[in-house]
Design a protein around this ligand. Structure first.
Ligand SMILES: *Cc1c(COP(=O)(O)O)cnc(C)c1O
Length: 394
């Protein structure tokens, strides 16, 4: 049995008629750039996130940059964020003219550790960007308290957390502004590039609406030097169709995560994801931690189970950010995670049989890496229980 890491085709087949109809309407109206289908999605997404405003933009990266620029973050400013994220979070800070300042993450949620933030605040700090990694929000209450005390903005990078909750509130709605990616593989994914910004701040909304459309208030009358960061009409239409299924899909992801956790809880030497008490996880990624990760991944690959790594190299150790002057050892939790993270397949369309198969193949692969064989591996079963010799990760 082969299990793909991601299977967008399976999801398409389940909603094929609706998506094709929606796309057909856009084409017949030739509403390709911005327009009524984007506006409709914006209204629906604002309602979903319980914010006053939502704006469709070109990508998640753009959403972050527009939020920073719109809040006046730029040259000479510092923005605190996590090195344990996709590079777009930091790129947006750099692109806005500011400097990313990294803070290590919590060992259990893999998100920004609130206890480490204040030591990094300087006179130049303007904002904090917590990233809701893998589908679970950062611990926002203490982060918001620090921000309020220090007069900083909080920009949520909710690109992996569509529909996640923090103390019952939707991800993206708790800070000054929430940024989303609708990259195809995200929990709410477009059929191309797209992103979104949600906020209750009307000034910020006006700024982003103009900025993303060449700074024009009236067509061909430009009040400021803007940019082109509009969402495509086709993406708006697809996203409207898919938003209706998001909660159901997230529930299926949670059930799959629970199934993995049940099947793997007795395997020594691996660390399973934890759900913090404060929120509802939407499992964009189901990442375990395991020693000799690359070998385990290769063994699984050989057996037809495809996994991911999110992410193999933390941002502070990327060549692109060498000039920030960080070294290995600066963020030990993030570094340990990067060396041991292994993302198992998780998407709504998986069957329980597939999940059980992935769990079985993982156990076989762990044993193979340790030079052992276990039942079902095509070899003789060993006498002793044979999962992991070592247990290294706390
Ligand atoms: C996907 C992602 C982004 C970037 O989104 P794009 O739409 O690809 O530009 C930003 N931050 C995080 C955490 C992401 O996962």
């Amino acid at each position: 049995m082969e299990v793909l890491f991601l299977n967008l085709k399976a999801q398409y087949l389940a909603i094929q008629d609706e998506v094709q109809e929606a796309m057909q309407r856009v084409i017949e109206k030739t509403a390709f750039a911005g327009g009524p289908f984007v506006q409709q999605f914006e209204q629906e997404f604002a309602a979903y996130c319980q914010t006053k405003h939502a704006m469709g933009v070109g990508s998640g990266t753009s959403a972050l940059w527009l939020a920073l620029a719109g809040l006046g973050v730029g040259e000479g400013d510092e923005v605190i964020t996590t090195p344990n994220t996709f590079i777009a979070t930091a790129e947006a800070i750099t692109y806005a003219g500011a400097t990313p300042v990294f803070v290590d993450v919590d060992e259990h949620t893999y998100n920004l550790d609130p206890a480490l933030i204040e030591a990094k605040i300087t006179a130049r700090t303007r904002a904090i960007i917590p990233v809701h990694l893998f589908g679970q929000t950062a611990d926002l209450a203490p982060i918001l308290a620090i921000a309020r005390k220090q007069g900083l903005y909080v920009i949520e990078d909710a690109s992996q957390a569509h529909g996640a909750l923090y103390q019952g509130q939707p991800a993206g709605s708790l800070g000054d502004v929430g940024c989303f990616s609708f990259y195809p593989g995200k929990n709410l994914g477009a059929y191309g590039e797209a992103g979104g910004v949600v906020t209750n701040n009307s000034d910020l909304t006006r700024y982003i609406q103009m900025m993303k459309d060449h700074g024009q208030s009236v067509k061909y009358y430009h009040d400021m030097v803007g940019w082109n960061d509009r969402m495509d009409g086709l993406q708006g239409a697809v996203l409207s169709v898919k938003l209706k299924y998001l909660d159901q899909w997230n529930e299926q992801r949670r059930q799959h995560a629970q199934a993995y956790t049940n099947l793997l809880s007795d395997v020594p030497g691996i660390v399973l994801p934890r759900t913090a008490e404060y929120g509802t996880h939407v499992f964009h990624i189901y990442a375990i931690r395991v020693e000799q990760r690359d070998q385990v991944k290769a063994e699984m690959e050989q057996r037809g189970v495809h996994c991911g790594i999110h992410y193999p190299l933390p941002l502070h150790l990327q060549k692109a950010y060498a000039d920030l002057g960080y070294i290995r050892g600066d963020f030990p939790v993030t570094e340990r995670c990067a060396d041991s993270f292994l993302s198992l397949p998780i998407y709504p369309e998986l069957t329980y049989e597939q999940i059980a198969h992935v769990a079985r193949v993982l156990k076989q692969s762990l044993a193979a890496v340790d030079g052992l064989v276990i039942e079902g591996d095509g070899h003789a079963a060993p006498a002793a229980p044979a999962y992991r010799k070592t247990s290294i990760i706390s």
